[in-house]
Design a protein around this ligand. Structure first.
Ligand SMILES: [Fe+2]
Ligand SMILES: [Fe+2]
Length: 282
């Protein structure tokens, strides 16, 4: 008999509530039911697990109560990231994504601060307890769309950088290389400006719908301002280069582009993780 059977039955009969006596290690936690597809067996398996909310997605933690081995649901969702989530009265399909690096460390530390049992689980095992985000499947499509737009902008910026490199390699001798550079730079700058203007227009609605997103949106809006200032600087350098071509101005332009690329990459990554899910749900 599945040791979780009684918890699952109680959960389903009581809109996600489980009597404390049955809760065991879950007794103080917010619980969801996670249904994964067996990596080898292909059979559906349902497991109660604690969760935390994080900007339109849910986070779960592969603690396995601090045991040395990861829970089987982790192996299952690595093989098949489409899962079913039951939380309270609702049930929906979701896409599971493992979170790694500094973001994983921050989210785990936050969970351990909310519930000290999680700090103990981590102390009891040598493995780094994995953190998994569950994003509703319909939302995941919007997040993918945002990433697609960013990928287009990433590619445009890469192409612009390649054009500057070609310009520098040819010492700006060929008139068409200056034209090329101007065309790439300006079309990238205007595409980026248009994208951020659209996002700035959506932020107030998102902040009203998801008050918990306010700090995220404030940060993104500040980053848009930083990027806009770099964009202006870049356009000025480009204007200088086209009116008075000089090697050092082209080098300056390349530096501006690299600086912008670094800022943008950090911005896109943060935005994809935190804003993508909310965009579709709005
Ligand atoms: Fe943005
Ligand atoms: Fe964006």
């Amino acid at each position: 008999m599945d040791p979780n059977r009684e918890v699952i039955d109680e959960f389903r009969a009581n809109s996600g509530r489980v009597p404390a006596a049955l809760g065991g290690i879950f007794k103080d936690a917010k619980l969801l039911l996670l249904t994964t597809t067996g990596a080898r067996s292909g059979r559906s398996t349902t497991t109660p697990t604690a969760y935390a909310e994080d900007a339109g997605r849910l986070l779960i933690f592969a603690t396995n109560a601090g045991r040395p081995q990861s829970p089987s649901w982790l192996h299952n969702l690595r093989a098949n990231p489409t899962v079913t989530v039951e939380v309270g009265d609702t049930r929906y399909d979701a896409v599971a994504t493992e979170i790694t690096g500094a973001e994983r460390d921050r989210l785990y530390a936050e969970q351990a601060a909310r519930d000290p049992a999680f700090a103990i689980y981590q102390q009891n095992t040598a493995r780094k307890i994995q953190v998994v985000a569950l994003t509703p499947a319909r939302v995941s499509a919007a997040a993918a769309h945002l990433k697609e737009i960013h990928d287009g902008l990433r590619k445009q910026l890469d192409d612009t950088l390649a054009t500057v490199d070609a310009y520098l390699a040819g010492n700006g001798q060929l008139p068409e290389s200056t034209n090329d550079l101007q065309r790439h730079c300006l079309s990238f700058c205007s595409a980026l400006h248009a994208h951020h203007t659209r996002e700035d227009g959506v932020f107030p609605t998102l902040a009203a719908t998801f008050p918990e997103l306010k700090p995220t949106l404030d940060r993104l809006a500040r980053e848009h301002e930083t990027v806009a200032a770099l964009n202006v600087q870049l356009t000025e350098t480009l204007a200088q280069l086209t009116t008075a071509p000089a090697h050092e101005t082209a080098v300056h332009l390349r530096d501006d582009l690299h600086h912008l690329a670094a800022e943008l990459e950090a911005h896109y990554t943060y935005e994809e993780a935190h804003l993508g899910p909310a965009l579709d749900a709005a």
